[in-house]
Design a protein around this ligand. Structure first.
Ligand SMILES: Cc1cc2nc3c(=O)[nH]c(=O)nc-3n(C[C@H](O)[C@H](O)[C@H](O)COP(=O)(O)O)c2cc1C
Length: 143
């Protein structure tokens, strides 16, 4: 899902976000069954009743992968406009052969990610994972 040897600060941010998200779901870092529990939650689409699977043509390059990310962001905003919530899950790519068989994806398509879709469960403590400060991620040049 991520490049081998993912460097800092990306690796640290990824680990921190995952720790927050899964701790909020009752899975602590020290839990020996953590990987299995995480995989199970993801594969259950976090309880959502529907999953979109987003593919692109295998011949496409980095620019088109970026296009697909922007496209999916728009889909997620449109879902909000309909009162729905969603969660992109790159984890589905680990099971890409099974997913492609299940959805009948044509040869030549590559799975980008799944997006779980459903209505927010009321009454569950809402976690907003931390974000790096804007000064770490954005450079403003000029006035
Ligand atoms: C492209 C993409 C793939 C993701 N894949 C996963 C995933 O496989 N499993 C997971 O738990 N979170 C995954 N995430 C993170 C969550 O979908 C979500 O964005 C994150 O928890 C932040 O949620 P928040 O904005 O409500 O704080 C992914 C995010 C993106 C943008």
């Amino acid at each position: 899902m991520y490049p081998d040897g993912l460097a800092s600060p990306y690796r640290d941010r990824f680990a921190a976000a995952a720790a927050q998200r899964y701790a909020s779901l009752g899975i602590e870092r020290a839990d020996p069954d953590r990987p299995t529990k995480i995989a199970t939650l993801n594969a259950a689409a976090f309880g959502a009743p529907a999953v979109l699977f987003c593919y692109l043509d295998r011949t496409m390059g980095p620019g088109q992968w970026a296009d697909v990310g922007m496209y999916l962001q728009t889909v997620m905003l449109l879902l909000r406009a309909e009162g729905l919530h969603s969660c992109p899950q790159v984890m589905w790519t680990v099971y890409r052969e099974t997913v492609s068989r299940a959805v009948g994806a044509e040869d030549g398509l590559v799975l980008f990610c799944g997006v779980s879709v459903g209505f927010e469960k009321e009454g569950v403590p809402r976690l907003r994972t931390g974000r790096a400060d804007m000064t770490e991620t954005v450079s403003f040049i000029g006035r």
